[in-house]
Design a protein around this ligand. Structure first.
Ligand code: SAM
Length: 258
């Protein structure tokens, strides 16, 4: 596990900055501002991604009847964290957060709470250790029961696409039929400025994040039954009445393991 390094920008902290949070350092603010100077749309993308996550959890609880959540690549606590959305609707929901950033760990200990009926846990494990993630999650979740795997803005950190797919397959392999995958990732092909800003970000020394073609994001759901409307630009997935629905470079969806 690496220590907190405030000399290079970091994914979770920049994301927190764009989401309007305070858990970031000047180096993150500078990298975040350099990014928005090239592509201001990233702020909408970050917020739309969180909004999609919230709507997908609501669907999982209210329509799919899921009560267990495994959120890998948690990020820093923000408004409407996974357990808050799920437990507001079903207080008995059990949630395991996984992230490998030491700063996320520090904040998670202080901020992640639970209803008395449910449970919330945090496991500092890397995405690159999927079997270890499942073993750690099994301390809090009953992995013989349907569980929602959440991968929100993390797979772009895995440079090799086939490796990223393999990690998703190995995580899903440990979950029973009726489990779901809620996934959303930055996509290529919507705005060249987005790709330019991301390329520049990837040169800052931060862990790089790679935007992917929509077809590659779709293929993460291989073997799953996609919930309508499939993999789409996130504002278009079960939009709130009156919410902006223009397509943006963040695609996602929800799939069910048959
Ligand atoms: C862009 S943030 C997304 C946060 C949150 N899921 C959301 O959608 O708002 C990416 C998160 O993935 C985490 N992450 C990156 N690589 C990871 C790895 N190998 N193992 C676990 N977490 C990782 C980062 O620490 C960061 O918190």
């Amino acid at each position: 596990m690496t220590q907190i390094d405030t000399s290079v920008p970091h994914s979770a902290r920049i994301w927190n900055y764009w989401l309007g949070g305070k858990d970031n350092y000047p180096v993150d603010e500078a990298a975040g501002d350099a990014y928005t100077a090239v592509f201001p749309g990233i702020v909408t993308i970050a917020r739309s991604s969180r909004a999609f996550l919230g709507r997908s959890i609501r669907y999982l609880v209210q329509v799919a009847g899921v009560r267990q959540f495994l959120d890998v690549g948690t990020g820093l606590p923000t408004v409407d964290n996974t357990h808050e959305v799920a437990q507001r609707l079903a207080p008995e929901s059990r949630v395991v957060y996984v992230d490998n950033d030491p700063l996320v760990l520090t904040h998670a200990r202080a901020l992640l709470t639970s209803t008395p009926e449910g449970a919330t846990a945090y496991e500092p494990v890397s995405l690159y250790e999927p079997e270890q993630i499942l073993e750690a999650a099994g301390k809090t979740l009953d992995l013989t029961r349907p569980t929602a795997l959440i991968l929100s803005g993390i797979l772009g950190h895995v440079a090799d696409y086939e490796q990223a797919r393999d990690l998703v397959r190995r995580l899903l392999a440990g979950l029973p039929p009726g489990s779901h995958l809620s996934l959303n990732e930055g996509s290529r092909g919507t705005d060249p400025a987005y790709e330019q800003a991301q390329d520049a970000y990837n040169e800052t020394g931060a862990v790089p994040y790679f935007l992917r073609p929509v077809e590659q994001i779709e293929a993460f759901f291989e073997g799953l039954e996609l919930v309508e409307p499939g993999v789409v630009s996130v504002p278009l997935w079960h939009p709130e009445p009156g919410a902006p629905t223009g397509p943006i470079g963040q695609h996602g969806g929800l799939g069910r393991k048959p």
